[in-house]
Design a protein around this ligand. Structure first.
Ligand SMILES: [Mg+2]
Length: 235
């Protein structure tokens, strides 16, 4: 019997790359507007390169995208700004975070989540730093765990285990729904959860282990969940 659904967020409920690009542009615009002398000294590309470098050099913060971005901002801006670098970093990050939480849902995502939330508790499990409340779906989720709040990013089992503990259900009573073959499907499968791969781009499945079901859109998700539930009950 299925008692819990866990959902990935980025690239499962919305496409994340356009959001990050828009949020970074808005943040850089704010920096240039408020620190015009930085216009020719600090670029978005530089910022990205530094973030990648920092992520490799400081793996202990690489799972915490907020911390990574704040540290990058501080390092890139240090020595260039006249005033208090921390206050500029905080304000620039606020601009990023506000834009980060303006998402465009894939078709039928909201309707489907509303329908599913009436039948199951839903828990969000994300490596990213979107805020379920700010993106307008907080009321549908019982809990939201992120890599930053748990201290480990998927595919590490910690986030899945937090969800199971919070809902007081066993792994085999849970379906995890996500887009990433390794971070979502393989990781959830490894701890004994059932899995549904959300394959918006109709890609070929790349791994040896298989998801329990695959959907190419959210309209098909309730049926996929029902037939998986039925299969489990009759097996
Ligand atoms: Mg994802």
């Amino acid at each position: 019997m299925i008692k819990l659904l866990t959902f990935d967020l980025d690239n499962t409920l919305w496409s994340v790359d356009p959001i990050i690009a828009r949020a970074e542009n808005a943040m850089m615009e704010w920096i240039y507007k408020n620190q015009p002398e930085l216009r020719f000294k600090v670029t978005t590309v530089q910022f990205e390169q530094y973030k990648d470098k920092l992520s490799t050099e400081q793996p202990h913060i690489s799972h915490d995208l907020t911390q990574l971005r704040l540290t990058t901002l501080r390092k890139v801006l240090e020595g260039h700004v006249a005033g208090d670098v921390n206050s500029i970093v905080a304000k620039a990050y606020e601009v990023f975070q506000r834009e980060r939480n303006i998402v465009q849902y894939f078709p039928y995502v909201l309707e489907t989540l509303e329908e599913l939330a009436e039948q199951f508790p839903l828990i969000a499990l994300s490596n990213g730093n979107a805020d379920v409340h700010k993106v307008g779906i907080g009321h549908l989720f019982k809990h939201h765990f992120s890599a930053a709040s748990v201290g480990f990013a998927k595919p590490h089992p910690a986030m899945f285990q937090h969800a199971l503990a919070a809902a007081k259900v066993a792994a085999h009573e849970t379906i995890h729904i996500g887009d990433h073959p390794v971070q979502d499907i393989q990781a959830a499968k490894d701890i004994g959860m059932k899995t549904i791969w959300v394959n918006w781009m109709s890609q070929a499945w790349p791994l040896a282990c298989k998801p329990d079901a695959v959907v190419n859109n959210f309209e098909d998700l309730p049926d996929a969940i029902s037939s998986l539930t039925h299969q489990l009950e009759t097996s």
